[in-house]
Design a protein around this ligand. Structure first.
Ligand code: FCB
Length: 462
């Protein structure tokens, strides 16, 4: 891994093979998942309750009344899932730790069986030659901490640092890649202002406080990981996509600019460059104390970018935010679940993130959702997903050819899983999961990705 200081430099040495494929030597191909979306076993072995257990059990929150049970029962089937990854040939696996599984009340006494699960998972990955990429927070906050005020309570910075320390001490002898947060703008915007995720409030003041405390928690966790894990390579994972106005009016353009700040800028700007976007500063000010920006802006080694499709805003004078979430124009090309297809936007996002932040970039999520079932022969043939992955990896290669320092790509997701508000209906996996039997069926896209990895790492074009 490069040191933080040389983050602006492209790797100096590129093998002849890598030069042919257009990607740097050592380019990493992986898959991503998250704890609440795949683990299931929500009551097993002393796991505490998470905000997603609470939220998904409330009527009307999730499509079909789905919850995180059974998900993929990965807690019990991780050996089979590691074997699937090995068959695909991935070099890295990005997963998240369920905070309430290791600290049932969020703080205080640790839950040994929960920690032991992550020991087994990490050991199994290493034995299979797959590098573990551990994300500390993929949205499943312990309910006990939500009850104690959640992200708007500044005390959570210390709780998160203690949790990071527990994980660092337990797994840091074997895990070196750490992400602090996954998509902080999504769980803060959707959770505190839009009411679509827990805690399902419409409270802009709490939303600003949550943004600031997540940023402080990121900085505190970076410090803890640096101290406790020699050789740690640390980043945060940001969702980044163009924020576009739904109409041509000045009001809609202003709305898209504000959404851009909440969505794309509220976290990387203070974390990497040391200041908040101007449009957010008045809202953050009541929560800002002397020294906070230094506490947030700690040296990181890379940035993770999750990207799916552009997002849209329209002006909404009735909203405290001044904007409303909008749908893409009717005539744009779409994926099977209606998300806009625009690989050029991905290329441009990678280029602009490179130019602005000057850190090595890992694409930590990209993929396509669909509603799928096995065909009569029991296979799952998914040409739309293959087409999406082909076009988006090509767009990534274009960005690299234009100078973006992208060093890895993780497909979302290894397995079909619990897709938040959409429940189990939206499938993003390379591997189909029959939730009733827990049978796994690698889709055509899993074979396609295996071939791509083989071709890329052998230096031939895919
Ligand atoms: C991202 C989330 C991930 C998954 C994909 C489809 O926003 O990080 O958990 O739901 O979208």
């Amino acid at each position: 891994m490069v040191s933080p200081e040389d983050g602006t430099a492209r790797p100096a040495v590129r093998s002849a093979e890598a030069a042919r494929s257009g990607l740097p030597a050592g380019f990493l191909w992986g898959v991503s998942t998250s704890s609440y979306q795949i683990e299931g076993a929500t009551k097993a072995d002393g796991r505490g309750v998470s905000v997603w257990d609470t939220f998904s059990s409330e009527p009307g929150r999730i499509a079909n009344g789905d919850t995180g049970e059974p998900a993929c029962d990965h807690y019990h089937r991780y050996v089979e899932d590691i074997a699937l990854m090995r068959d695909i040939g991935v070099g890295a696996y990005r997963f998240s730790v369920a905070w309430p599984r290791v600290l049932p009340a969020g703080r205080g006494a640790a839950n040994e069986p929960g920690l032991a699960f992550y020991d087994r998972l990490v050991d199994g990955l290493l034995a299979a030659g797959i590098e573990p990429w551990l994300c500390l927070y993929h949205w499943d906050l312990p309910q006990a901490l939500q009850d104690a005020g959640g992200w708007p309570n500044r005390d959570i910075v210390g709780w998160f640092a203690d949790y990071a320390d527990l994980i660092a001490r337990r797994l840091g002898d074997r895990v070196k890649r750490f992400a602090t947060f996954n998509e902080p703008s999504v769980f803060t915007l959707f959770g505190y202002s839009f009411g679509w995720h827990p805690p399902a409030t419409h409270d802009l003041s709490a939303h600003y406080a949550a943004i600031h405390h997540v940023n402080l928690a990121h900085g505190a966790a970076v410090d803890v990981l640096r101290k406790s894990v020699p050789g740690a390579s640390i980043g945060a994972i940001h969702n980044m996509q163009p924020s576009r106005p739904v109409g041509a009016s000045a009001e809609d353009r202003a709305a898209a600019a504000v959404l851009d700040d909440f969505w794309n800028n509220a976290f990387p700007e203070p974390q990497i460059l040391g200041s908040y976007p101007v449009s957010l500063q008045h809202g953050i000010a009541p929560h800002l104390r002397d020294g906070d920006l230094e506490r947030i802006c700690r040296t990181v080694d890379w940035m993770g970018i999750n990207h799916y499709s552009p997002i849209y805003a329209r002006a909404d004078a009735g909203s405290p935010l001044g904007f409303a979430w909008a749908d893409a124009p009717a005539d744009v090309p779409r994926s099977p679940i209606g998300w806009q297809l625009d690989p050029a936007a991905f290329r441009d996002t990678l280029r602009s993130a490179h130019q602005r932040y000057r850190l090595p970039i890992y694409v930590t999520e990209n993929g396509a959702g669909a509603e799928e079932a096995p065909d009569a022969s029991g296979q799952v043939i998914d040409p739309e997903r293959i087409d999406y992955l082909l076009r988006y990896t090509d767009a990534m290669k274009e960005a690299v050819a234009l100078g973006a320092d992208v060093r890895g790509y993780f497909v979302w997701s290894l397995l079909d899983n619990f897709e938040w508000g959409a429940g189990y209906a939206n499938r993003f996996g390379l591997v189909f999961v029959d939730y009733a039997t827990q049978r796994r069926i690698p889709k055509a896209s899993a074979r396609w990705y295996a071939n791509l990895i083989r071709a890329e790492t052998a230096g031939k074009s895919a």
